[in-house]
Design a protein around this ligand. Sequence first.
Ligand code: NAD
Ligand code: TYD
Length: 370
Amino acid sequence: MPNPLKTCNFTDLEKNPTLSKIKILVTGGAGFIGSHVVRRLVNNYPDYHVVNLDKLTYAGNLANLRDIEHKPNYQFVKADIVDAAAMQQLFTEHDFQFVVHLAAESHVDRSISNPIEFVMTNVVGTVNLLNAARHAWKDRMDGRRFYHVSTDEVYGSLGDEGMFTETTAYDPHSPYSASKASSDHFVRAYHDTYGLPVVISNCSNNYGSYHFPEKLIPLAINNIVNSRPIPVYGAGENVRDWLWVEDHARAIDVILHTGKNGETYNIGGHNEWKNIDLIRLLCRILDKKLNRNTGDSEKLITFVKDRAGHDLRYAIDATKLKNELGWMPSLQFEEGLEKTVDWYLANQEWLNQVTSGDYKNYYDSQYTKR
Ligand code: NAD
Ligand code: TYD
């Protein structure tokens, strides 16, 4: 299969003489997935100028980008996408060819306690960016692209059978997924109404380095290492389809450069795990790494009250992305999980930094009464 990135000839770019050096805006680039996307774009495209815009919420961390922050093709801008005037101003200052929009409130549990924050950032913030792009790109849309990064959670919950395809009807259940579904609809509406060149991808659960330890995998690793209880919601029967974050960043790269405007692409790992089986696997990996007796870490598993509205199963059918753009996941899960565990063990300083301050308050309010 030819490498789609090598066959990309940027004919649209040639059609638009106002574009010389390619400027890319990445929003949310200091977060988990965003930092991997920024790193990939900065390292693989030295001719691009990458502007990383981030509000630096609790989930944003410039330490995620230490290895590339000195590069001449990288720039950081601290701003809030909810600030419409700031977004308009940014698009006046920079002639962006591409926008890769990842900034979001991303944690389902936080969306249950504070839904408004999710409406503001995920819906209003996205519409502000769409407006800024629409005004700045008016009459010169050729070769430009607004790439909206979304989630499989917009499709709702599966039973034991079936997978989400790009045509599955939206059926979100959490305030998080409802806000992402809404933002996806706005992105499509701007394509259909104003002709904005957009592309959307909906990806399954990611795992890997720089993942904030409020999400299942890094939280479990941190708790196992520190011999603290591992909170498993309900009976641990819920199923997620896990994808290595660097495979997601590569998919975003491929779709950004070779996807078709107006299209949606599902991205997934073909890698379904029940939460309880995943946690047991993590325990076995960490028993070995920490020289514990087999079974020691499993004793930390603690079943706690289920999440409200907890989606049972997610599974992505990524056939379209494979057939049309040639992308496939590169890593087997066991290998990726072991790499991830190794990264956390080698980066205790990063983990200590992100779990200091407000993290303890969050953790106590989320778990002590469960
Ligand atoms: P994250 O929470 O780790 O990072 C989000 C980033 O957005 C942070 O750096 C934060 O500071 C920034 N941000 C938040 N509000 C902002 C605002 N108002 N203005 C500017 N910046 C703001 O999230 P993530 O897990 O890296 O997810 C990134 C994107 O990918 C999200 O859109 C999410 O919906 C989507 N996604 C995530 C997953 C996953 O498994 N994590 C899977 C599929 C899709
Ligand atoms: P999470 O990492 O929050 O991702 P999402 O809810 O977006 O899929 O949760 C993954 C799964 O793990 C989900 O079924 C909820 C469950 N979970 C727990 O059992 N315990 C926890 O402490 C957390 C954070 C999640």
